[in-house]
Design a protein around this ligand. Structure first.
Ligand code: ATP
Ligand code: MG
Length: 594
């Protein structure tokens, strides 16, 4: 259990924090006992008072890689538990007997840990899987039958749909609704024992077929599905429905605040109905958890549907789940996002009760705000053209003479130290830093103009050579003596333009991957158009550039600010010393759409 950290800046309030603060103030859950592990009412009540002031949970289905929307939910659930002296449970919601993929399970655990959270508290690992609760769920179903609160329905799926009614029409009772308790119990056991075919019967809660909330019109709680479950094998051929399983999972785990997305709002009355009934029957601990809904995250220029992300991977529109353009957590990580930047993003977008789109630039702004104070600086030239200093040999006593220059690793943090690099007769500069005929307001290299090569010397541009097609091949300039940065009198000559560079003598060749938005439209997949047609065709541009020699020791995941260019990371898969590969995380400023 974590104690709230007073030194931390106060978190902005939101409706969930208000609910929790009110519950803590009123002691809503203060008398709850905890048996040390999930279990029924008797198990919990045999334990001491729950040491966790609140319990939340993050309950993914292990059927895909987590994305930025899940990151919001992780930051919210684990963050609230951390801030209020609680515990957040990591729960795999594996009640569907689909084949569970160990790859997904491991990637989910990795993602949560990487984001900075964990499930160990009070000496216990709170890592659970919902399928461990199947026995209890079955017992609870028999209890409901015995209490006259559930029945086996053998209507066809079609008849059931028809008899449910709709928003304007009340439903019609099933002809099977009035069977005796004993008969229902026998039928349910027959379901369990495989005496029915898949789909031939369901167990339904007996509530009210005329309820204005269609979810209360006798919802199905168990279905027949002859399938092998990764955890329970062939023990079961009946499986609980999600709407039945989820409240029970929460109750067995002593969850206090069960936070989910808005589409479950209509399910809340059933959540409460079920836990009220099981509580009355003495099956689950009291007071029971409460469900709260918040708006799911929609982020512009990406999609957050697991199924469609899978399609992008399978049809090879991206290089894999961890393609740096993917909004998956592994993708964001490889792109260069930090856990802190994602936490900051989640904090800034907050939680609301109405759906909206968050602009992708909000995520990039969080990254910049996180990296700006800590990322070491470096110079890089991404679209190189050679600059030759024509008077270098004469002034320096030889064409090959090099002059050591240096720059702070971080401009606001002198303790971080300095980096060194050479200045020589030949440098790499950006192609766009030379213009034969300068547009209005252009202060960089053009014939006759003086420019400072950052951390180096001032030069006067004298022109350029071009190839047969008119492309500039070499830019020429003359060194202005006594202008070296950091030497006395260096600023006597005033210049308007400062450009970045690296020396041909010591620069490192590097592959630089310039990533852009995955989709070309802000709200992909919201029209009739196939979302694949909305992919941004230029979401990746690979260039061969040059970086300063201080990057020779960069390791995968090391992040830098390339001066003028933005934030870059050494690719965690492909980067190697001697064969550097950098990914652009984000540009220096928000330039999208400008
Ligand atoms: P599926 O369609 O496969 O059910 P899902 O996105 O609901 O996908 P889950 O694994 O069930 O995935 O989600 C785990 C948790 O993450 C849930 O509590 C869910 O509410 C939350 N979550 C999922 N997507 C988002 C999102 N876009 N924004 C916020 N929370 C989300
Ligand atoms: Mg889901």
């Amino acid at each position: 259990m974590n104690v709230p950290d007073d030194k931390e800046s106060p978190k902005s309030s939101n409706f969930l924090r208000q609910v929790i603060e009110r519950d803590l103030e009123q002691g809503s859950y203060a008398q709850r006992h905890w048996g040390g592990s999930p279990g029924d009412a008797a198990h919990q009540q045999a334990g001491p008072l729950d040491p966790a002031r609140i319990r939340t949970r993050f309950p993914p289905e292990p059927n895909g890689y987590l994305h930025v929307g899940h990151a919001k939910s992780i930051c919210l659930n684990f963050g609230l538990a951390r801030d209020y002296g609680g515990v957040c449970h990591m729960r795999f919601d594996d009640t569907n007997p689909e084949k569970e993929d160990l790859e997904f399970v491991n990637s989910i655990l990795d993602a949560v840990k990487w984001l900075g959270f964990g499930w160990d508290a009070n000496g216990t690992s709170h890592l659970y899987q919902a399928s461990d609760y199947f026995d209890f769920m079955y017992r609870a179903a028999e209890y409901l039958i015995e209490a006259g609160l559930a029945y086996v329905d053998e209507q066809s799926a079609e008849a059931m749909r028809e008899n449910r009614g709709d928003f304007n029409t009340a439903g019609t009772n099933s002809p099977y609704r009035s069977r005796s308790i004993d008969e229902n119990l026998q039928r349910f056991r027959d379901m369990r024992d495989g005496k029915f075919a898949d789909g031939a019967a369901v167990l339904r809660a007996k509530i009210d077929m005329a309820s204005p909330n269609i979810n209360l019109r006798d919802p199905a709680i168990y279905r027949i599905r002859t399938a092998t479950h990764h955890n329970t094998g062939d023990k079961w051929c009946i499986y609980p429905m999600y709407t039945y399983a989820h409240p029970i999972e929460d109750a067995l785990e002593n969850i206090t605040h069960s936070i989910c997305t808005l589409e479950f709002e209509d399910q809340r009355p059933f959540y409460d109905w079920l836990l009220d009934r099981l509580g009355e029957g003495g099956l689950t601990n009291q007071p029971h958890p409460r469900q709260y809904e918040f708006a799911r995250l929609n982020l512009t220029y990406v999609i957050t549907s697991k199924r469609k992300l899978k399609q992008l991977v399978e049809e090879q529109h991206v290089s894999g789940w961890d393609d740096p353009r993917m909004p998956t957590i592994v993708g964001l990580r490889r792109r260069g996002y930090t856990p802190e930047s994602i936490q900051l993003f989640a904090e800034r977008i907050g939680v609301t009760k109405s759906d909206s789109w968050i602009d992708y630039s909000t995520l990039e702004a969080a990254l910049r705000d996180d990296l700006d104070p800590k990322a070491p600086r470096a110079m890089a030239v991404l679209d190189p053209v050679k600059l030759v200093i024509t008077n270098w040999g004469d002034l320096m006593g030889g064409e090959d003479v090099l002059d050591t220059c240096s720059a702070p690793l971080h401009p606001h943090n002198p303790e971080a130290g300095r980096r060194e690099f050479q200045f020589g007769a030949e440098l790499w500069i950006e192609r766009t830093d030379y213009e034969e005929v300068p547009p209005k307001g252009y202060n960089r290299l053009y014939p006759g103009n003086k420019v400072r090569l950052k951390y180096g010397h001032v030069v006067t541009c004298t022109g350029a050579t071009k190839d047969a097609k008119g492309n500039v091949t070499v830019v020429h300039a003359e060194l202005v003596p006594d202008t070296k940065s950091g030497t006395p009198g260096a600023s006597a000559i005033k210049v308007k333009g400062v450009i970045t560079w690296v020396a041909v003598a010591d620069a490192l060749k590097a592959e630089v991957r310039l990533y852009d938005r995955l989709f070309a439209v802000p709200q992909p997949d919201t029209t009739d158009k196939d979302f694949l047609e909305e992919l941004n065709p230029s979401s990746l541009k690979v260039v061969q550039g040059y970086v300063e020699p201080s990057l020779a020791s960069a390791k995968g995941d090391d992040r830098f600010q390339f001066e003028r260019h933005g934030y870059f990371v050494a690719d965690r898969k492909d980067h190697a010393q001697g064969k550097p590969v950098f990914n652009r995380v984000a540009g220096m400023k928000d330039s999208w759409g400008k």
